[in-house]
Design a protein around this ligand. Structure first.
Ligand code: CP3
Length: 335
């Protein structure tokens, strides 16, 4: 059963579906083992057999209600001809953008470069028929940041650094949106039945440009996903009170909240749409008592609402896998 769909469409809200952002990742020893043997992360994302194995690793361990394809939001820059590397301890490094070449990338070439991603999805689909299979993309703003900043904007980043040439930004943004449509369409054709849009760096948008770089481009993507009759979840991380405006104007089917959002506040502001996530991933580094308290707080606050259990960001690499198990048991009350 596609449990996320049932929750989002409000046809079944008694059972809270559970999944975790980064449920396949470095906190799992079986992932680290494969990763060690595959130092090139992009190549790993382009290996359909390994994509299938990694995607299913958390599904084999835990009783999760959704599978998210193992891939990365930076596959779109890669498909547009900008090479990406991942450096240990630093994160992603993108080569300098060759704008004209990127703008010239044809649909055929883009699809061809990313074909192994869709092949991996098809393989996963064979094993997860009828259940929730999540495809995903980065939001246009977050991809723009990576493509122009060439690395994570954690340090020494100011929006002026990338926004000074407005014409260039507009041309690139339009290309990112086109590529995102293609990437979503191909993921849905390969079997994804839910799409999540990650705007991991939405908090960096200056307030007076929030509509232009967050709401407007994201709404285009959301409307496109809706046209495919697939539910869409948005995660505009770190936007604070702007979550209200986001729900009202972008109107995703479900809103994923970060750990700074007050659960009671979002219920009043979400305009009736389903809510996902919220709990701080750092809580999973604490003892079981604290975890149980936090999990129950989210469940209680959202009881009677369409709510999907998840965290307020990805599972941290230092998390013990048993803690994920404990969270699931706490929610299902079958300890
Ligand atoms: O959630 C899942 O299990 C699906 C897989 C997934 C990955 N990346 C695998 C991954 C998803 C949904 C993503 C999305 C992604 N990628 C985002 C949006 C979500 C977020 O975290 O805010 C972003 C910003 C990226 C870009 C990215 N990829 C960064 C900054 C890094 C390095 C640092 C980090 O956060 O892990 C990655 C690498 C990456 N993507 C890893 C995994 C499992 C770790 C790879 C490794 O070094 O072993």
């Amino acid at each position: 059963m596609n449990k996320l769909f049932k929750c989002i469409s409000k046809s079944e809200i008694d059972e809270v579906p559970i999944w975790f952002m980064r449920q396949a990742g470095r906190y799992l020893p079986e992932f680290r083992k494969i990763r060690q043997q595959n130092p090139d992360f992009i190549k790993l994302c382009l290996n359909p057999n390994l994509v299938k194995i990694i995607t299913l690793q958390p599904i084999k361990r835990f009783k999760l209600d959704a599978t998210i394809i193992f891939s990365d939001i930076l596959m779109i820059p890669y498909g547009l001809g900008q090479n990406v590397r991942f450096e240990k301890g630093i994160g992603p490094k993108l080569e300098k953008l060759n704008l004209e070449n990127t703008l010239k990338t044809s649909k055929e070439n883009f699809e061809k470069k990313l074909t192994p991603v869709y092949e991996g999805l098809k393989k996963v689909k064979e094993e997860t028929k009828g259940t929730s299979l999540i495809g995903f993309v980065g939001a246009p703003w977050t991809l723009l940041v990576y493509m122009l900043n060439e690395k994570s904007p954690k340090k020494d980043f100011t929006p002026d650094k990338i926004l000074s040439d407005e014409i260039k930004v507009k041309r690139l943004m339009d290309k990112i949106i086109d590529a995102t449509f293609i990437h979503i369409n191909k993921q849905v054709s390969a079997g994804a039945n839910v799409i999540q849009i990650f705007d991991s760096w939405a908090e960096l948008i200056p307030d007076n440009k929030f509509d232009k770089y967050c709401l407007e481009p994201t709404k285009k993507i959301v409307d496109y996903v809706k046209s495919l009759k697939v539910p869409v979840i948005c995660f505009p991380k770190g936007i604070g009170v702007n979550y209200e405006k986001f729900c009202l104007t972008v109107k995703p089917d479900c809103i994923s909240i970060d750990y700074n959002i007050d659960p009671n506040w979002i219920i009043k502001k979400s305009n009736g749409i389903a809510i996902q996530g919220g709990m701080d991933p750092k809580i999973l580094l604490e003892d079981n008592k604290k975890i149980e308290y936090a999990v129950k707080k989210y469940l209680k606050t959202f009881s009677g609402y369409p709510y999907i259990f998840n965290l307020g960001h990805g599972v941290l690499p230092a998390t013990k896998p048993e803690k994920i198990e404990f969270v699931i048991k706490t929610i299902r009350q079958d300890r």
